[in-house]
Ligand binder design. Structure first.
Ligand SMILES: [Zn+2]
Length: 327
């Protein structure tokens, strides 16, 4: 009917796969958390994910011909911890009749353990198999929550663990608390264009090493919708007004307790970029051709030096790879 190019709002891009920490296999098995009889019966073959205070857990390499190295979490048999789940254990879920639990621990406390095998999600999360990715992400998240929930927010009394680690109860005032997650939005701002000359907005925070760039992100404020947060954060951080805000995907980011909620939005690259003092060191538009080259090269040369993209475990990387692959 018309030869007019599609409007900016019509350029969408699908993700190539889920964010790496959003992969999960184990059933969270909520009813099991309250089923003391079945939990006790299942302990004999239960498996335990041990996480230290730095978020590290023992991993085992799964190497195979013709594929990159993948890792799985090296779980421990529940019976190594005693006749029943130890104090502080949280039930992660159940898979093929096996219950999986999380506990805090240290390499030195586990016989035969090699401390060098203990690695964290930031370093190895993207290389975990799907089942391990879900188990370790949930373990780190729920254990982090317990670390900060020991006292009642209402009356200050010490709280008690309930529901196999999925609630805390105040014995003094009766208040219940459940694991908390702080929402943060992350937004890939693009120009709505197509082809290799389409552009995406990248920015660098002052605390990042020189050359490292990513898309924009920020915490959701009390009373704020996710869409309003996207508009506000982008405008605050770089002075750019966006439209056509679309949800892409989300990923838990338990450092210590966030969830990153990914969006795309469209902006006019002719708008002046005004980096926020103290929050953004610099920001600029790059073309799809340049981003594709950067993803292939690992890093790339800009007029002022090398630029690095976020690592594969981040949802930012998932979003940038999807946009780079679009036409
Ligand atoms: Zn209380």
């Amino acid at each position: 009917m018309t030869d007019a190019p599609p409007s900016r709002a019509e350029q969408h891009f699908p993700l190539l796969g889920p964010p790496r920490l959003s992969r999960a296999v184990v059933d969270r098995a909520e009813p099991l958390r309250l089923d003391a009889e079945r939990l006790a019966a299942g302990w004999a073959k239960a498996q335990v994910v041990v996480v230290d205070e730095q978020g590290r857990t023992p991993l085992r390499a799964l190497t195979g011909a013709g594929r990159a190295t993948e890792y799985e979490v090296a779980t421990k048999a529940g019976v190594e911890f005693g006749a029943s789940p130890p104090e502080g254990a949280s039930l992660l879920g159940e898979h093929e009749g096996v219950a999986y639990w999380a506990v805090r621990g240290r390499p030195s406390l586990i016989a035969g353990d090699d401390p060098s095998q203990w690695q964290d999600l930031r370093n190895r999360g993207a290389d975990l198999d799907a089942m391990s990715a879900g188990l370790v992400t949930t373990a780190v998240a729920v254990l982090n929550w317990h670390d900060g929930a020991g006292f009642c927010a209402n009356c200050g009394s010490a709280t008690e663990r309930r529901n196999s680690g999925w609630a805390r109860h105040c014995p003094n005032c009766g208040r219940e608390e459940y694991p908390r997650t702080d929402p943060a939005v992350i937004c890939l701002v693009h120009d709505g264009g197509s082809g290799e000359s389409a552009q995406v907005l990248l920015a660098r925070q002052p605390v990042w090493p020189p050359g490292r760039f990513s898309v924009l992100a920020g915490f959701v404020e009390a009373g704020e919708s996710l869409e309003a947060c996207v508009r506000r954060e982008v405008e605050e951080e770089v002075g750019v007004v966006v439209s056509d805000i679309r949800y892409l995907a989300s990923q838990a980011w338990p450092f210590p307790r966030s969830i990153m909620i990914g969006f795309s939005a469209v902006a006019d690259p002719e708008q002046p970029i005004v980096p926020a003092d103290g929050e953004i060191e610099e920001a600029f538009w790059v073309t799809r051709a340049t981003l594709r080259a950067a993803l292939v090269e690992g890093d790339w040369a800009a007029p002022d030096g090398p630029l690095l993209l976020p690592g594969p475990v981040s949802i930012a990387r998932t979003m940038l790879e999807a946009w780079a692959a679009a036409h």
